[in-house]
Design a protein around this ligand. Structure first.
Ligand code: PEP
Ligand code: MG
Length: 750
């Protein structure tokens, strides 16, 4: 093998820039680029493949392969070496490519004579736009420096693509059109519909000159921007402008901003010939590629912080304004790749809806969007690339669909849907102070679920009789470190103040599984949903739970206190947890704290095992609440977070409903108050079926109280029970079709 000198990327980049400055069509420019790169690397072939859509790559320019193959040769992402580079966003470097695994020979290109192959992804901000390939006849292994040099070149090609440098009459453009309507089907994050205009969380940054004219100048610019970044963070911290949750994030950011490795990588890229902004983007691209690969929630959170820091740096370098400076337009619908719960809380009630390119059903941002009661669509592919600030946008959280720049017919149909929902909301307001009493006189207590401060104002307008589930872990999830006991006392007492004489059931920390605390290192678990979570952590490492129990007792300050332990799978766990609370009450009394006027201690029934616990468990529990989200996943062995199986088993499945009925019967016999607090309690037909099975208390999202109450007040539970029994007797898998048809036929509001 022959040793070659490394690629002189500074000179090459300047030549590329000059080539692009010349007038000409996009195709001519691309051709010239491939020629210059081949020349610089002393290689026979250089080719550029660009993505035409999500799955197809097209040979768009080549120096060395057969010219007839240009725009004819297409391959799928994942196929062959080129496809693999696009798929995995990694470089591939082979001295003997034809014998490499996955090599796919394309005869029309004449590439069979070329032995060595090096290819790198052309990517911008974590999105692969294409692949840059260099090939030679001799079996030559390119050095790491040469691969790095090619990555730098690919970065410039990506920037030029974004600028539309390759647009021409021959459909060369791969940049988004940003004009045509764009429709995307994502996943439901939170129900509701909204019409508004796009507010980009991260505005598009356009870099006019991606190549450094003078690396010294660029190095100075980056250094200055880094100093400004640190000063900006310091100023925020000093002014005390950030409180609680945000303060911690800023302290972490300051540490990251000083990170030597992060800084050096960016300065190295400038040394190779990139402008300061592109050097930051190159680093950001590799952060995002890593982010897409790691499953560990803790590492992902850290990478997310780094990504955010790069955004701030870019804003300083380009003088772009952040969302706050740009001002939040009326009817703003936030569009982001992903967003942290703290940032989303900052936008707060000014938003009409949220669309995320990533996100998950159980993510913290999703939890916040639920609290804000605004529609949320997640997994909306390409939305951040397609949307421009102030574009008109329609969001339907229920179907998980988004219409960007919709045409008139779509917008009109959508407005009708919004009007219908508004009408229904008005009707619910009239029911606010009425009870959910069925026509045959059965009272169903409707409570709300909460967990953030923003939830509390909903208690009154929703008409809920109390807070049936207060998820205390949400306050832990939105922070960057464990809250102090005094913070918790403060918080819990505010919750009780806001609830007045309405009861609040505080659930102790339910972490683990889908709820990962960013600051708590967790063991690798093969199956986290069945793993070390909730009360299991609380009992094995009682420190945090003890602190929480003390805070609850102090916050109650002589008022009644309701505490519920999550994920109890056997009697012993409940006995132990209950004893911990009783011990704390004793300690607190000894220290002279006022004790609550009454303490009720309950358990969540979330695993089938607990339904079969000894009678003594039911007798010892002051109340039980069915956590249907978890109970259902374990009953059917179907992961609540896995889209492939999540909706496969209906809640109104005869087996599940009969199981709920058995739990209700047992609680009735043993005199244990029972409620249901999973998401299904907030769906009117499900709520009706649970009531017919014997449930007398349901806890749900505040927005669901109205619709559930309206239906309950109109029906005769005895009749509903008959419909369900008949469907069960007929061998149906689910009682839903029968129940739905019966209600529809009688024009009930379903
Ligand atoms: C449940 O599992 O139904 C529940 C209410 O708890 P979470 O959704 O917080 O796990
Ligand atoms: Mg649960």
């Amino acid at each position: 093998m022959i040793e070659r000198k490394g690629i002189d990327s500074q000179t090459l980049l300047k030549r590329l820039r000059d080539a692009l400055a010349e007038a000409g069509e996009g195709q001519e420019r691309l051709d010239r680029i491939t020629y210059l790169i081949a020349l610089s690397l002393e290689a026979e072939v250089c080719s550029i493949y660009l993505k035409r859509d999500e799955t197809t790559l097209e040979l768009c320019a080549t120096h060395g392969l057969k010219a007839e193959a240009v725009h004819q040769t297409k391959l799928r992402v994942g196929q062959g070496l080129v496809g693999r580079i696009a798929d995995k966003a990694i470089p591939i470097n082979k001295a003997d490519a034809p014998s490499a695994r996955g090599f796919r020979y394309m005869p029309e290109t004449g590439e069979e004579v070329y032995s060595s192959f090096v290819g790198v992804p052309i990517q911008r901000l974590g999105e692969v736009l294409g692949v840059l390939v260099v090939q030679s006849k001799e079996p030559r292994q390119y050095s790491d420096d040469e691969v790095y040099g090619l990555e730098v070149v690919a970065m410039v090609i990506a920037e030029m693509t974004e600028l539309g440098a390759f647009t021409g009459p021959d459909k060369m453009s791969i940049a988004a059109q940003h004009q045509l309507p764009f429709f995307v089907r994502g996943l439901r994050g939170q129900e509701g519909v909204a019409e508004g205009v796009v507010l980009l969380h991260e505005p598009h940054i356009v870099i006019a000159n991606p190549v450094a004219d003078d690396p010294l100048v660029e190095t100075g610019r980056l250094q200055e921007a880094l100093d400004m970044l640190v000063a900006e963070i310091d100023e925020l911290l000093e002014k005390g402008a950030t409180t609680g949750e945000h303060h911690d994030v800023m302290v972490a950011y300051r540490l990251f901003a000083q990170d030597k490795g992060w800084r050096e990588r960016m300065f190295d890229s400038i040394e190779s010939g990139l402008a300061a902004e592109v050097a930051v983007e190159k680093e950001q691209t590799s952060t995002r590629t890593r982010m897409a690969r790691v499953a560990d929630a803790y590492i992902r959170e850290r990478l997310h912080d780094l990504d955010d820091l790069a955004n701030r740096l870019l804003r300083i370098l380009t003088g772009a304004q952040d969302a706050e400076e740009r001002g939040i337009p009326e009817n703003a619908i936030l569009v982001a790749r992903s967003i942290g719960p703290g940032e989303l809380l900052d936008y707060g009630s000014k938003l009409k809806g949220v669309v995320l390119e990533e996100g998950s059903v159980g993510s913290h941002a999703t939890i916040v969007a639920r609290s804000l009661a605004i529609p949320l669509v997640i997994h909306a592919g390409r939305i951040t690339r397609e949307a421009l600030s102030n574009d008109p946008i329609l969001v339907d959280g229920e179907s998980g669909t988004v219409h960007l720049r919709p045409d008139d017919t779509v917008a009109t149909a959508f407005r009708e849907k919004i009007a219908m929902q508004a009408e229904a909301q008005e009707a619910y307001k009239g029911l606010r102070d009425k009870r959910a009493t069925t026509r045959d006189g059965v009272n169903i207590a409707l409570h709300m679920n909460g967990g953030l401060m923003v939830d509390l104002p909903s208690l009154k307008p929703s008409g809920a009789e109390g807070v049936g589930l207060y998820r205390t872990e949400l306050q832990f999830l939105i922070r960057t470190r464990v809250p102090r006991r005094s913070d918790l006392v403060n918080l819990y007492s505010k919750v009780m103040d806001a609830a007045g004489d309405k009861p609040v059931v505080f659930r102790t920390l339910d972490i683990g599984s889908d709820k990962a605390l960013p600051y708590m290192k967790r063991p690798e678990e093969p199956n986290p949903a069945l793993g070390w979570r909730a009360i299991r952590i609380g009992l094995d490492r009682p420190g945090v739970m003890r602190m929480q129990l003390q805070a609850l007792i102090r916050a109650a300050d002589g008022r009644p206190l309701n505490v519920m332990f999550p994920f109890i799978a056997q009697f012993e766990e409940f006995r132990e947890a209950r004893k911990k609370l009783l011990d704390e009450l004793e300690n607190e009394a000894q220290q002279g704290h006022v004790l609550p006027s009454e303490v009720r201690i309950g358990a969540m029934l979330e695993t089938p095992s607990l339904a079969f616990a000894p009678d003594q468990f039911f007798e010892l529990s002051d109340f039980i609440s069915i956590g249907g989200n978890d109970l259902k996943q374990f009953f059917f062995a179907a992961d609540r977070e896995n889209e492939l199986v999540r909706s496969r088993y209906d809640t109104l499945n005869v087996s599940f409903l009969t199981f709920i009925e058995q739990i209700a019967d047992r609680c009735l016999r043993l005199n244990t108050p029972l409620s249901f607090c999973g998401e299904d309690a907030g769906r009117p037909i499900e709520a009706l079926a649970f009531a017919a099975m014997g449930l007398r208390m349901l806890s749900m999202r505040p927005a669901s109280v109205g619709p559930v109450k309206r239906l309950l007040r109109e029906v005769d539970l005895g009749e509903i029970k008959e419909v369900i029994d008949e469907a069960r007797g007929s061998g149906e898998q689910s009682v839903r079709p029968a129940l739905h048809a019966w209600l529809k036929a009688r024009e009930y509001p379903v």
